[in-house]
Design a protein around this ligand. Structure first.
Ligand SMILES: Cc1ncc(COP(=O)(O)OP(=O)(O)O)c(N)n1
Ligand SMILES: Cc1ncsc1CCOP(=O)(O)O
Ligand SMILES: [Mg+2]
Length: 208
């Protein structure tokens, strides 16, 4: 099976956020076990995305961590990231696999066993599954699927399932019990008073 970190930190570029400071803090605790996914607002330009991705890549390289880029696979290739993540509005999975090549990490969003199995057949390396719980970080999402929804998907595929949406350290045990391999977070680290401490809490919960 793919060797993948269990904690995925997704960059928060909303006004008032400092994605590089948060990434630095998280890497100082989780080091090589962290996966950092560069995610920007849809309104961000490719140049802005590239500039952030270069800097996140540098931080990840220094720490031996993995960097992925959300949506914009050309940016992933341009900065030499380990791979990318796509969902329903992005390139189809098979096309994304062709763009990234056979060995890159390709994450795909899935919410049901059927779409999860389809994504894996088309070349997904791991699945981002959710929203597990209510989130204020992304609008327009379907209703939360909870640990039961995670269990439905983990029962249908053999690739790592990364639970996303409203994840906190306290919720990690029930997600792991549902078969999740790891979790992806934005707010739990980015909006924490102490992002390093928040990362440590997530790392601790994932190691139980
Ligand atoms: C790990 C992980 N899981 C799910 C998503 C969501 O991707 P997508 O559905 O394409 O939505 P956007 O993030 O692009 O708004 C993700 N990024 N990462
Ligand atoms: C990008 C995305 N896709 C599903 S939920 C989500 C955001 C998760 O953010 P948070 O960890 O703050 O709930
Ligand atoms: Mg997307």
């Amino acid at each position: 099976m793919l060797s993948l970190g269990r904690l995925h930190l997704i960059t928060d570029t909303r006004p008032g956020c400092d994605p590089l400071a948060v990434t630095r803090a998280a890497l100082s605790v989780a080091g090589p076990d962290l996966v950092v996914q560069v995610r920007v607002a849809d309104s961000a330009s490719d140049r802005e995305t590239y500039d952030l991705a270069v800097r996140v890549m540098d931080l990840c390289a220094e720490a031996g961590a993995t960097c992925l880029v959300n949506d914009r696979l050309h940016v992933a290739l341009a900065v030499g990231a380990a791979g990318g993540h796509v969902g329903d509005s992005d390139l189809p999975v098979a096309a994304a696999r062709r763009v990234l090549g056979p060995t890159a990490v390709l994450g795909v969003t899935a919410r049901t066993p059927a779409t999860a199995a389809e994504a894996v057949s088309a070349g997904a390396s791991y699945l981002g599954v959710g929203p597990c719980y209510a989130t204020t970080t992304k609008d327009g999402l379907p209703a939360p699927i909870g640990p039961a929804g995670i269990r439905d998907v983990t029962g249908a595929v053999a690739v790592p399932v990364i639970a996303i949406g409203g994840v906190t350290p306290a919720r990690v045990p029930e997600l792991l019990a549902a078969g999740a391999y790891g979790v992806a977070v934005v707010g739990a680290v980015s909006t924490a008073a102490d992002p390093a401490r928040a990362t440590a809490a997530l790392v601790g919960a994932l190691s139980c």
